[in-house]
Design a binder for this molecule. Structure first.
Ligand code: SAM
Length: 276
């Protein structure tokens, strides 16, 4: 009979946050798959657990994932841990879960510490509707496309970021969302120097440019304010299309641009343009 995969969350700073169920699962598993075995060994030593560890991280996940699945199919139970927090959230655990489902293996997620939820709850931003955006890509094009896709996002947005990239990321966020947009910078959660800085993107850039940031951060950014309904009329649209065509744009491009500028459906602008 096949074994199982357990997703075991581990503390994001405070060792007291390991739950009884997580401890028991780590003790009872046949083996533990860990992102960084040195980091997890420290936790296991703290818990007094001796267990066989295998490494499973970004650069060996394709090969190691298959091996782990084979062992589970042969009847062993695996507990997956990441360096900190909930496995499979912005870490390679995501792929192992997918592989296990594909192989018909039962996956059990134990609830526990997770940086995104801890940050959201402490942020003081709206929590009713939110979206988790993980780490922004370092590749310019996909980073820009990702941020462009969020320009009208009204839900609270949550990002992970490393301290040495923080200022650059704040600058990119300000470019797309404006310097006045509220943000909560949640730093060193559950640790001795836990701190929540509630400010705006513009002020955060100033603060962290003057004092280079240290520690781990989650950025909780307020969503865009609800859009006011456009008050533009068909006459406004026709006038703008005419103006743009005089300036040299084709009718098609003038309609497209007017629809965007006045936030009107393209067919409304098209009909208005016919009256020209
Ligand atoms: N899977 C983990 C989770 O969701 O809890 C997160 C893994 S991700 C590789 C690591 C990122 O989580 C860090 O770069 C940081 O943005 C955030 N993070 C982890 N621990 C944190 C802490 N104690 N305080 C603030 N942010 C933290």
């Amino acid at each position: 009979m096949a074994g199982m995969l357990y997703l075991v969350p581990t503390p994001i700073g405070n060792l007291g946050d390991i739950s009884e169920r997580c401890r028991r699962t780590l003790e009872e598993a046949d083996f533990i798959a860990a992102e960084d075995t040195r980091v997890s060994l420290k936790l296991l030593n703290h818990l007094g657990i001796k267990k066989s560890l295998v490494s499973y991280y970004e650069h060996n996940k394709a090969f190691k994932g298959e091996k782990i699945v084979e062992r589970i199919l042969a009847g062993e139970t695996c507990a997956l841990v990441s360096d900190a927090g909930s496995p499979a959230i912005s870490d390679p655990g995501e792929d192992l879960v997918k592989l296990c489902h594909e192989a018909g293996i039962v996956v059990c997620a134990i609830p526990g510490p997770c940086a995104v939820i801890t940050a959201l709850s402490i942020s003081g931003q709206a929590t009713g509707r939110f979206c988790f955006e993980g780490f922004l890509s370092t590749a310019k094009k996909s980073r820009r496309e990702h941020l462009e896709s969020l320009e009208k996002e009204q839900r609270t947005m949550i990002f992970y970021e490393a301290p040495h990239k923080l200022v650059n990321t704040l600058e990119d966020l300000a470019e797309h969302f404006g310097e006045e947009r509220p943000i909560s910078l949640c730093r060193e959660l559950t640790k001795l120097h836990e701190e929540v800085v509630r400010t705006t993107l513009g002020e955060a850039i100033e603060k962290y440019t003057e004092n280079p940031p240290k520690g781990e951060f989650v950025l909780v950014v307020a969503g865009a304010p609800a859009e006011e309904k456009t008050s533009a009329t068909a006459e406004d649209a026709a006038a703008r299309v005419a103006q743009l065509m005089e300036a040299g744009l084709s009718r098609k491009d003038a309609i497209k641009q007017t629809a965007k500028e006045l936030d009107l459906p393209k067919n409304v602008v098209y009909d208005a343009a016919l009256s020209l």
